[in-house]
Design a protein around this ligand. Structure first.
Ligand code: BGC
Length: 720
């Protein structure tokens, strides 16, 4: 359907300054509170044209009401409604860090499309997602919202999610606009403390933190949100080089920049602006179009104009972008967009949620193949504060999900093991406990043949402003685990958490199996049942290194080598006295119920020029007795360069399902673009010489297959 074009220039010409500022102002409906202050809106203000968009409000009835008020404004400009539909709307999918573990681009796309479908039906037209912040510090609570530690993986997520949310056309009422967030370097906040400074180098910014945003822009993302932090003293909401230089000019972004919650007014608190007028001017000039919940544009833009800090033409540019987004969303033609009925969207995507949850579980350990559990046998005791908690399964961004609609672990296990007795006991709370509760749990454990111990964080212990200096398994749960282990039964540890959490050595060694389940969403229990019963094989792989100690953070596989690489036999090397340098479980780690062999790494040529590429292939063989999935990564290593390169850098991954004994070839393509990096002068370059291509299941150099090729047609590493 071709929509009639709106005369945006004519509309802007007809607008008063107040109406223009209204279009740049986002207010809240307050159904959810996602920031420190509120700026609730009255219907009168909407009728007066003082709000151009609204957040934290959904449902047909509510959205019909506010849209009707907007259409009563003098120029009848519809509102758009934004909401954090981050990992589901009514149907909740695994948290993004968990879903990243599936390494399944098509799944990433499908869950975003399903979330968009439900959100659109509830009147939402833009989601504040995907979150693309590369995070390498488990202390940071928001590590759960992104794809983990790797820029290549984050870029793939950025692409898949953008396409999933937005569909083919923004005016498709079953889809919503996506807003990639939070540019830039938010995942690198100092000491893992939310909102703190991120003093990253331009090189790290370009190589680690920005590629996923570039990928989302290339996929057509409609909006981008700056981060709360400053980068080396420049708060992102005032960072012209970031929002204009990189985002608009270099990446070609032509959409809307939406501030984070109160992010413009906070420029005053940062110490970057003296008052709201200066804050508003800095943000507008940097390229922030919409002020979410700050009131800085509402209360500061007019004054900024009076002081000559900005021009009305700059305001018009932002207004034009906002109106263009509304036009692209089809709101002028169809202000109610996806609203098809009067009832809130139902939980419609349970099967997909179960699939996603199943694929997100990472089997970290499985000693003596204790898993899968047999269908017949003695009682199973499901113990722990997370054994029967629906609300925790929702994870941090629950959308419009409801805890009582999540299948808990014990419910799922009862369904998966109809022929076995399944007993349940909490044992303790998340952070506290009593002797009586523990005694009850131990009684259940004593009578059981196997214990499924469900420990970890509650959903509020990770997420925004939920950082932990000591991201350990809480003390009381450690006590419970030790008491259960002392009974000598096989224990399957099921961890729920928004991050890798630090596990005591005796527990890691004492339990028979460990599963990282993150927060799995609406179908958590059924997915766990599928895996523990063996009706599905675990296929998740860690998208983030799982450390021994929080003191190892930031920790990631793609580090630089150093002049004194770690060597436990040499004192003067880059290591710790008390913990290993390597993580407990590396990036890519994850077991299956079968085993795989990766062999026969081959390149289509032993030379490539900077402008072409090579085909890379490996064979994967399922060497075990059952069907299963694995993920193979292709890494590169550049042994000599003008700027030292990471020891490994992922440039591809592929997931494959194989029957027992089956063999399949997996193919990758390595191009010149994969070899490009910013030189000493920060100009992009490709250098001649040897490049090693490595392939395998985990980011452990010694385990990977390796082949070398020679690059020509680039520049010499000595030519700087
Ligand atoms: C968060 C954003 C979110 C916004 C709106 C902020 O506090 O940083 O990620 O989109 O609130 O809820």
């Amino acid at each position: 359907m071709k929509l009639p074009r709106i005369d945006i220039a004519g509309l802007i010409a007809a607008m008063t300054l107040r109406e223009k500022i209204g279009q740049l102002t986002m207010v809240t409906g307050e159904w959810a509170v996602t920031g420190p202050k509120t700026m609730p809106v009255s219907m009168d203000a909407i009728r007066a044209g003082d709000a151009g968009s609204i957040l934290n409000l959904w449902s047909p009835q509510a959205l019909r009401e506010v849209q009707a008020a907007a259409l009563e404004s003098r120029l009848r400009i519809p509102l758009f409604a934004g909401y954090d539909v981050v990992h589901g709307h009514r149907t909740i999918f695994p948290i993004p860090l968990g879903e990243a573990a599936s390494f399944d681009c098509d799944l990433w796309r499908r869950t975003a499309a399903a979330a968009a479908d439900e959100a659109a039906e509830d009147g939402i037209s833009l989601t504040f997602a995907p979150m693309l912040d590369v995070a390498r510090d488990l202390r940071w609570g928001r590590i759960l919202e992104g794809a983990g530690e790797d820029p290549f993986v984050a870029s793939e997520v950025g692409r898949a999610k953008t396409v999933g949310y937005q569909g083919e056309r923004l005016d498709d009422p079953r889809h919503v606009a996506a807003c990639a967030k939070h540019i830039g370097a938010y995942g690198a906040v100092l000491a893992g403390r939310d909102y703190a400074t991120a003093d990253v180098s331009p090189r790290e910014l370009e190589e680690v933190h920005l590629p996923a945003f570039e990928a989302a822009v290339a996929a057509g993302v409609a909006a981008v949100m700056p981060s709360f932090n400053d980068i080396a003293g420049i708060p992102s909401h005032a960072n012209r080089q970031l929002l204009d230089g990189y985002l608009r000019r270099r990446f070609g972004f032509d959409g809307v920049v939406i501030s984070d919650y109160n992010g413009i007014a906070e420029l005053v608190v940062h110490g970057a602006a003296a008052d709201l007028a200066e804050a508003a001017a800095l943000a507008l000039r940097a390229g922030v179009d919409i002020d979410m919940m700050g009131g800085a544009y509402r209360d500061g833009l007019e004054e900024a104009l009076r002081r000559g800090l900005i021009s009305e033409a700059e305001i018009d540019t932002a207004v034009r972008r906002v109106l263009t987004l509304k036009e692209r969303l089809g709101l002028f033609a169809n202000p109610l967009r996806g609203l098809i009925g009067d009832k809130p969207a139902p939980v419609r995507h349970r099967a997909l949620s179960r699939e996603a949850a199943r694929k997100s579980v990472v089997l970290l350990k499985n000693a003596q193949a204790v898993l899968p559990l047999a269908g017949q046998g003695g009682p199973i005791a499901v113990i722990g504060p997370l054994a029967d908690s629906g609300s925790d399964m929702l994870g941090a961004w629950a959308g419009a999900g409801r805890g009582e609609e999540c299948v808990t672990f014990v419910t799922g296990l009862r369904a998966a093991f109809p022929s076995r007795a399944v007993a349940q006991a909490r044992g303790c709370e998340i952070l506290s406990g009593s002797a009586d509760d523990q005694a009850l749990a131990l009684t259940a454990a004593r009578q059981a043949e196997v214990v499924v111990l469900c420990l970890g964080e509650e959903r509020g212990m990770s997420g925004e402003a939920s950082c932990r200096a000591e991201p350990d398994l809480p003390e009381v749960q450690i006590g419970l685990a030790r008491a259960v282990l002392a009974l000598g039964k096989p224990v399957v540890l099921v961890i729920s958490s928004g991050r890798p959490i630090i596990l005591p050595k005796d527990i890691v060694e004492g339990v028979s199996a460990i599963l990282a389940t993150w927060f799995l969403g609406s179908e958590a229990g059924n997915a766990l049942g599928d895996i523990l019963s063996g009706s599905a094989a675990p296929g998740g792989r860690l998208p983030v290194s799982w450390p021994y100690s929080a003191g190892q953070a930031p920790i990631y596989y793609a580090r630089r080598r150093s002049g004194r690489p770690a060597d436990t036999n040499q004192h003067y090397t880059s290591k710790y006295l008390d913990v290993p340098v390597e993580p407990l479980y590396p990036f890519g780690h994850g077991l299956s119920y079968t085993t795989f062999r990766i062999e026969n790494l081959r390149l289509s040529a032993s030379e490539m020029t900077a402008s072409d590429g090579v085909d890379v292939a490996v064979d994967v063989v399922n060497t075990g007795g059952r069907a299963g999935d694995t993920t193979v990564f292709m890494f590169i290593q550049d042994p000599v360069a003008s700027v030292t390169r990471p020891v490994l850098a992922a440039k591809g991954f592929a997931k494959v399902s194989l029957a027992a004994g089956e063999r399949r070839a997996l193919r990758f393509r390595l191009t010149g673009a994969d070899l490009r990096f910013p030189g000493i002068d920060m100009q992009p370059r490709i250098e001649n010489g040897r490049i090693d291509v490595l392939a395998g299941e985990r980011a452990v150099e010694s385990e990977l297959l390796r082949a070398s090729l020679t690059v020509t047609g680039g520049v010499s590493s000595m030519q700087t």
